[in-house]
Design a protein around this ligand. Sequence first.
Ligand SMILES: NC(=O)c1ccc[n+]([C@@H]2O[C@H](COP(=O)([O-])OP(=O)(O)OC[C@H]3O[C@@H](n4cnc5c(N)ncnc54)[C@H](OP(=O)(O)O)[C@@H]3O)[C@@H](O)[C@H]2O)c1
Length: 278
Amino acid sequence: MKRFLVIGASGTVGSELSKILQTMGLEVRKATSKQKTASDQVHVDLLTGKGVPEALNRIDGLFLMAPPGHVNQHEILNPVIDQAKAAGVRKIVLMTAMGANAIETAPFRQVEIKLEKSGVNYNIIRPNWFMQNFNTFWIQGILSAGKIFLPVEKAKGSFIDARDIAAVAAKLLTSDQRNNQDFDLTGDEALDHDQVAEILSKATGKKISYENISPAAMLEGLLQAGLGRPYSEFLLMILDFFRQGYAQRTTDSVKAILGRDPIRFEKYAQDYRTAWKG
Ligand SMILES: NC(=O)c1ccc[n+]([C@@H]2O[C@H](COP(=O)([O-])OP(=O)(O)OC[C@H]3O[C@@H](n4cnc5c(N)ncnc54)[C@H](OP(=O)(O)O)[C@@H]3O)[C@@H](O)[C@H]2O)c1
């Protein structure tokens, strides 16, 4: 396998995945829904389907994920699976999310089922909450108030570093050894948000603490940040799964696939510490 299409190539996971594949000497087509700014980019708008057939032309492997902000992932991604099959793509690695397979009718699960039944070689990866959320989605409270504001009480999460997700995706895309298997990807320890805040404080030298907020306050913050109501309510629902303890489980998938331990939260905090300098 030589030529890969990476959906979300400018995003947290896709940018790392593209780097890894290019370092391996493989050809990467980086999908973007924006104006192309580099010769290795291809224009793909998953919401309209524009550019999808061209981008899939003569591709060996596809990394597929849903852009955040939408709750109808099956409507966005299922047609791409059909088109990839028709184009003769040999392997698809689909990223959904840990817990996506809990309810068979859930939109993400509908995409997984579509892929499982497609006849195309595949892997499904279901990462837990990303460590990188603390330098992206949750950063505003840290920068403005030194606080992580979330409605998850003392629940723990086995956060995963997006660089590990990308490394796993690269391994699966470039090998047929584990074809047609699915993997829940987690870090190897579960932390609550007081522990996260303590690690971030140590790495930055700034006092960062966790404040539990009400679901209503969280929803208000998400809406004010410009997220649509359906996606905000979806985030609130999965944050409540976190609060109930569903994000605590650890798996050994990262180690089994990469042959090394997952990145620890301390290392993530060190590597990204300039993000929280403000
Ligand atoms: N964050 C978490 O804790 C977590 C946990 C588990 C699973 N996930 C899943 O991970 C995925 C997000 O991954 P990420 O954080 O790596 O992404 P990200 O950093 O949020 O980046 C989103 C990507 O989607 C692309 N995109 C946006 N609109 C598009 C469109 N209309 N057509 C094609 N591409 C489009 C963007 O590229 P352009 O702007 O260049 O178009 C960008 O590369 C979601 O499906 C989410 O459910 C997230």
